[in-house]
Write a protein that binds this ligand. Sequence first.
Ligand code: ADE
Length: 230
Amino acid sequence: MLGIIGAMNQEVDRLKAEMTEVTIEERASMSFYVGKLHGKDVVIVRSGVGKVNAAVCTQILADRYGVDKVINTGVAGSLQAKIDIGDIVVSTDALQHDVEATVFGYAPAEIPQLGRVSFTADEDLRKLTVVCCRQVNPEIGVHEGRVVSGDQFVSSDAVKARLKDLFDPYCTEMEGAAIAQACWLNDIPFVIIRAISDKADGSAQMDYDVFEAQAIEHTVRLVNALVSAI
Ligand code: ADE
């Protein structure tokens, strides 16, 4: 069983619409759509925004549905000049940029007593995602790199500069690293797929409103192709 998580309705509605043999189950105020997508057993769910929603959602996918892979799809703010609005970032790894216990000698984003800063995406899933992206979205760039997540919409040059200095990230969003950690705790391979809606700077809110729909178009096309290819 493959788990597919998007934070918002816009990110998963079109995938849900393509499912067959669907049953819907409610858990933790989330609706889990269980059925088939392109012949594969899937459960698709809107987690809600933020790391807590994302982690709760992922644990339910593990416990109740026994998923053996997780795909997180959605939009993100670019943290690299070479990554344009509309492009896709595929995670190499993910970390929570708002975890901060440096006063005790931990590295920025290191989770105390866990011994980890970031969580590594599954290499096979990542590579397959890139191949599929080049096939179905040939007009846009696809970039493999680090995703940083926090309970924060990043929309200032100062915060963006801090994230770049500390983590050398490709994009920022609000769920991926929580899903990554929950997958790591449960030994489930994952990949995060994010289309760029803004540049996480002073123009981010305006850009987000204009480009969100176009960005989601690219992830929907990609996730459909990836599920077919898995
Ligand atoms: N999702 C899309 N753009 C984002 C940003 N700039 N910060 C956090 N999450 C986002």
